[in-house]
Design a protein around this ligand. Structure first.
Ligand code: HEC
Length: 171
């Protein structure tokens, strides 16, 4: 009789140990850290009908004019490090993978001499005013569908404002 009890107790103990072990190891394998940003470039959300969700999220952000009023040029310069692998910000207007961005604010879209833009960009029309820059940097492929700018975008509205303030501060 006590032998039976021992067996049952042993079985329960064994199962509990196993459950704990599985929990421990799966915890070690799958890091439960929450991701703040997607770890990969998101596909074009407009095609999948996700555009509405993006637009809804954008509406919660203050208008760019308001964000620019409290923007930080130095922070913008740091944030613009995300762009320098493709863009120059210097007055010599050297093109790289992307067109030179010195003086881009207020300029016609797709207007840097000697840069081969996508037809999507040259066909977009209009100038790079604050709203256009904000929208493009937030989600390049949503703003200029078919753009050759291979960059996922800057999700945070204040960070975009800092970058735009930095671009506008360039002399
Ligand atoms: C992986 C390379 C790459 C990165 C990173 C990148 N861009 Fe671009 N960008 C491009 C290319 C390529 C184009 C031209 C797009 C086209 O012709 O469709 C472009 C175009 C632009 C334009 C339009 C310029 C014009 O003359 O019309 C702006 C504005 C711009 N990028 C801003 C930015 C900013 C700001 C960042 C950083 C937050 C950034 N880009 C990051 C490659 C890049």
């Amino acid at each position: 009789m006590s032998n039976e009890v021992n067996k049952i107790a042993g079985a329960i103990l064994g199962m509990a140990t196993l459950a704990m072990g599985v929990g421990f190891f799966s915890g070690a394998l799958v890091s439960p850290k929450a991701m703040t940003q997607p770890g990969y470039a998101l596909p074009d959300a407009t095609a999948a009908g996700g555009g509405a969700a993006v637009a809804a999220k954008e509406e919660a952000v203050e208008p760019i004019a308001k964000r620019l009023a409290s923007a930080d040029v130095a922070k913008g310069e740091t944030a613009a490090k995300k762009c320098v692998s493709c863009h120059s910000f210097t007055p010599d207007k050297k093109n790289g993978t992307g067109p030179a961005l010195h003086g881009v604010a207020g300029r016609d879209k797709g207007a840097v001499a000697g840069f081969k833009y996508s037809s999507a960009m040259t066909g977009k029309g209009g100038k790079w005013d604050d709203e256009a820059l904000d929208a493009f940097i937030a989600n390049p492929k949503a703003y200029v569908s078919g753009t050759s700018m291979g960059f996922a975008g800057v999700a945070r509205g204040d960070e975009r404002a800092n970058i735009i303030a930095y671009i506008k501060s360039l002399k």
